[in-house]
Ligand binder design. Sequence first.
Ligand code: PBG
Length: 429
Amino acid sequence: MASTIVNAPCTVPSVKGFETQNYVGLRPISSLRFNPGRTSTSRSRPLFVVRACERFDGSVKKAEMSIEECEAAVVAGNAPEAPPVPPKPAAPAGTPVIQSYQLTRRPRRNRKSPALRASFQETSISPANFVYPLFIHEGQEDTPIGAMPGCYRLGWRHGLVEEVAKARDVGVNSIVLFPKVPDALKSPTGDEAYNDNGLVPRTIRLLKDKFPDLVIYTDVALDPYSSDGHDGIVREDGVIMNDETVHQLCKQAVSQARAGADVVSPSDMMDGRVGAIRAALDSEGFHHVSIMSYTAKYASSFYGPFREALDSNPRFGDKKTYQMNPANYREALVEAHEDEAEGADILLVKPGLPYLDIIRLLRNQSPLPIAAYQVSGEYSMIKAGGVLKMIDEERVMMESLMCLRRAGADIILTYFALQAARCLCGEKK
Ligand code: PBG
């Protein structure tokens, strides 16, 4: 008998593990694709089907003996034949012949087969866990980003819309926008950041018009708009002015919310910005707009390729007076307590893989959802290693994402979102 378990009601199915294709009896039906949010009746709802046996022709075989006759035969000692236990597989010549060790625990027992490994897998990953960062610009063409193979500055009206549609097709329905702002619009106070008709608000309105249920995250920081390339306003002596910057960030967040953003994400690391942004949003009636705070954002060299992508390198100095020292662990708790108290909805750790201990720390200390940002440098290193054939790009990609989940991240911001979701759906490029 074949038993089929159809798991229908979820819109974005959870795909357990990254060896899905290898697991006996657990695979998506290939004709079905993740299609959350589409209401079209021509496409079926996403389904997962688990079959207990491969073949089932539907016919019921007619019995030659009744159940009573079969039982009587067994009681009389005439049990029907069943295949013998296979012989013990031979070891190679020269294998030492020894007495087995008396071990009470042999952890390898639970890893013996793909089916057992699937049963005991502790962490799962799904396209619903991904947020896809996308670079946008005013141009109509998509421009490749040299330091990030496979990533583009997308034209906001065409390339971007196509990329979002592709992501949604494989279950990635959350994006975060990063704008490349024309130099002529940059200024020391970054006022373009709250222009209601600027690139980001315009893009949000277009996307919401095309995909009303798309979840749009925005970046709140002045760097793409600052002629100094810093996340805040720079005083004559080089000091980044905290409260004056927060004032600008509040206007930026409100402008993004007005355009339709679902989650505003302050990545600037100024003090007190979460509470101030919450108050500003609420006073304008945006109680429903969430704040994802970059809680523990480190002054990291892993952001290099991103700054090339947006041409947003600081014109002088570094970001060490506001981003955290990579040597610090406890300080993440100071930031987390503050962000929680000020009303953050999600706490983010950045970068990702080199900071797994911080992800775990916040996971253990806070009941809030935790986000991890697998940043540009992490992405580019995996891409480069793959191109040079030093590592298997796809496997390393999936492993790194699974490890971020294992460390405690609920969601992952990753430039691999589309590629990884395609893998999880059993699709290759
Ligand atoms: C700036 C910002 C940065 C990133 C996201 N938002 C760069 C920085 O702080 O200099 C980096 C993302 C990445 O490297 O992928 N507010």
